[in-house]
Design a protein. Sequence first.
Length: 228
Amino acid sequence: MTLKQGSLVYVDALTFLSEGKEACDFKVLFEPTAKTAYEYYSITRNYFILTTMDNVKTKLEFYKIEDGGRALTLVGGDDEAQILNTSVSPVDPYENDEYWFTTSGYTLPSTLSIADAAKIESEPGKGSGVCVQSMVKSLPAQYNAGGLEVTQCMAISNDGTEVPFFLVKKVGVEMNGETPTLLYGYGKLVTRFCPLLLITTCWLTFSRFQFKVALKSLWVQSILQLSV
């Protein structure tokens, strides 16, 4: 069986240990594409939570652990990737489906919440946020982000490569090519700059500027040429 580099596969542990990999039925849970990549996974008592990167955004998918751990069935998650940095860590994977859920964004301070993976089935179609039960603690907001919005845009380099970037700006700013813009470039597809609260954006609240975060390895020059 040929597997694509970066894939996540699973097998029956008892078969693997007793008979070797040649006797195993390898099942592919995730296979990367040109715009997606595996990040990490977490396990609660009854759920396997897969975190992937989709076009430099975070996506969570929840799989029900069935047949004594031999099968994983997708039961819910994010329909669309989110502009968030997330961390999922089980509270007690032997006893329950609760997990610690940490989130942060370009205008959102780091927040620790307690979540329950089982809620993904009780309220289908509402994404991973439905699992959150209560906030435990959050870093203080450094400014009022009510007038700011975060979007993802795409620039096209001279060779046709699509360069994703995040744009933080005031709501209602006219995209006429005359707005002064701060540009920050970092990383590449699987070495990204994760969304986190940027004090830089505080300045945006009181100025005419906007802020961009781009993947510098994919021709940041194309971003500079983009009219915003």
